[in-house]
Design a protein around this ligand. Structure first.
Ligand SMILES: Cc1ncc(COP(=O)(O)O)c(C=O)c1O
Length: 387
C-alpha cells in the first residue's frame, strides 16, 4: 500500500539521534533549546516551547491562556479531534463554526456568528496546510476581545500575506496569541511524537514552560516561598506553583527534529511539486475538484484533498490497487462523545458534513516516486473513464 503520508528520514537524521544516545543528556538537555530556537527562527516567532505531541501543545496553549470552566471556545469541525478536545480537557465547552467550501478551513463569518458572551478563544485549523484567513479571524478576535490559538499541526512552513502584503509564516503568531505544531510522522517534519507552541509573548512563554514541566518554577526571582527550613538559594530548590504535566520532549526527539529542520524547505518543495503535478493531471476531470491555493496563501501541503461525489467507490477501488487513499476528517461534532455531551447533530455544520461525504485524500509525502505518482494519477483517471 502506498501510504497517504509517511516520515522522511535521512542518514544524517539517524546520526543525530545516535549522537544524542552517546551523549550525557537524553532529556532536558541542550538539544531541546536548539530545536526550539530553530523552529522559532524559521517561523519568525520570539519563543518556541517543545512538548511531547501536538495535542499537548494545544492543551498547554489553552491552559496558558487561562481557559477553564464556564468558558467556550470555537474551532473547525473539519479537523482531528485534538483541536476541540483541548477545550474539554480544560473543562471549557467546545463549539464549532462551519468551513469555507473551497479551502475547507473555518469560515471567518461563520466563526463570528457562533460567538457568545462566554466565548474566550478561537482555534482556527490550517487544514491540509492551507492557511486560514487569519487577517479576518484576527479582526474578529480583536473586535470581541478573544484569544486566538492557531492549530498549525498541518502547516509548518505555510505562509500568507498580511495586510501590508508582506508574507508571514504560520507560526509567527502575527495574528494569534499562540500557534501549535505537531511532529507526528505524517507531518511535514517529525520527531516520532512531538509538538511545539509558538508565541511572541514572554509571559505566555513562561506559563507554557511551567505547565510543560509539572508547574515547577526554578527561576529564583519568581519564587513565592515554601514555609520550611531549607534555602530558596540552594541549587536543588524548586517550587511547584501551578498544576502542570510532564509534557516534555526528549533530546533524542529534538535532535531528530533539528536535523529535519535543515531540509524543511526542500521537503516543502517536494510536497508542492507533487501537489502541482496532481492538479495539472486531474484538474480537467469534471466530476473531481482539485485543491486550490488562494493567491494570498502559500501552502506546505500536508494533505492532498480532492472532492468528488463518487468518493466511496473511488476510494474502494484505489485501496484495492494498493493506493492508501483516505477520507478525512469525520466532522468532530458528529463523533459520539461530542453528540452525547454537547448535543450536536447531523445538519449543524452542513458544509463540513457535505465536504466529508466527498473528500478523498491521495498519497502525498516526500518519498513518493514519479512512477508511484503516475500510477495513482492513472488509477484515478481510469476510474472516471469508466463511470
Ligand atoms: C489538526 C490537528 N491538530 C492536532 C493534532 C494532534 O497532534 P498529535 O498527534 O501530535 O498529538 C493533529 C494530529 O493529527 C491534527 O491533525
Amino acid at each position: 500500500m502506498i501510504p497517504y503520508g509517511k516520515q522522511h528520514i535521512s542518514d544524517p537524521d539517524i546520526q543525530a539521534v545516535i549522537d544524542v544516545l552517546k551523549s550525557e543528556f537524553l532529556t532536558t538537555g541542550p538539544n531541546v533549546e536548539v530545536f526550539e530556537r530553530k523552529v522559532a527562527q524559521y517561523c519568525g516567532a520570539k519563543h518556541g516551547i517543545a512538548v511531547s505531541n501536538g495535542t499537548a501543545a494545544l492543551h498547554v496553549a489553552a491552559l496558558a491562556l487561562g481557559i477553564g470552566e464556564g468558558h467556550h471556545g470555537i474551532t473547525s469541525p473539519n479537523t482531528f479531534v485534538a483541536s476541540a478536545n483541548c477545550l474539554a480537557y480544560c473543562r471549557a465547552e467546545p463549539d464549532f463554526a462551519d468551513i469555507d467550501h473551497e479551502i475547507y478551513c473555518v469560515d471567518p463569518s461563520e466563526l463570528e456568528r457562533r460567538i457568545t458572551s462566554r466565548t474566550k478563544v478561537l482555534i482556527p485549523v490550517h487544514f491540509a496546510g492551507h492557511p486560514c484567513d487569519m487577517k479576518a479571524i484576527w479582526e474578529i478576535a480583536e473586535k470581541h476581545h478573544l484569544f486566538v490559538i492557531e492549530d498549525a499541526a498541518h502547516a509548518l512552513g505555510s505562509a500568507y500575506q498580511d495586510k501590508t502584503g508582506d508574507w508571514v509564516k504560520v507560526g509567527s503568531c502575527t495574528h494569534s496569541h499562540l500557534t501549535t505544531f505537531s511532529f507526528h510522522p505524517v507531518k511535514t517534519i517529525t520527531t516520532g511524537e512531538g509538538g511545539m507552541i509558538m508565541t511572541n509573548d514572554d509571559e505566555l512563554d513562561r506559563k507554557c514552560r511551567l505547565i510543560r514541566n509539572h508547574g515547577i518554577e526554578r527561576e529564583s526571582s519568581l519564587f513565592k516561598g515554601i514555609p520550611l527550613k531549607g534555602g530558596s538559594d540552594e541549587p536543588w530548590y524548586y517550587e511547584m506553583q501551578d498544576l502542570g504535566f510532564n509534557y516534555r520532549l526528549t533530546d533524542i526527539q529534538c535532535a531528530l527534529g533539528s536535523n529535519q529542520m535543515n531540509r524543511l524547505d526542500e521537503i516543502i518543495e517536494k510536497r508542492r511539486s507533487l501537489w502541482r503535478k496532481y492538479n495539472q493531471a486531474l484538474k480537467d476531470i469534471d466530476k473531481l475538484t482539485v485543491p486550490a491555493e488562494r493567491d494570498w496563501a502559500f501552502s506546505a501541503w500536508h494533505l492532498y484533498v480532492a472532492t468528488t461525489v463518487h468518493r466511496n467507490d473511488l476510494l474502494k477501488e484505489l485501496r484495492q490497487s494498493g493506493i492508501g487513499a483516505h477520507a478525512m476528517y469525520i466532522p468532530v461534532h458528529l463523533q459520539p462523545w461530542y453528540r452525547r455531551n454537547f448535543g450536536f447533530k447531523v445538519g449543524d455544520f452542513p458544509v463540513s458534513e457535505s465536504y466529508f461525504d466527498k473528500c478523498l485524500v491521495l498519497p502525498l509525502h516526500p518519498d513518493i516516486t514519479e512512477d508511484e505518482q503516475e500510477f495513482i494519477i492513472e488509477s484515478v483517471k481510469q476510474f472516471f473513464r469508466k463511470i
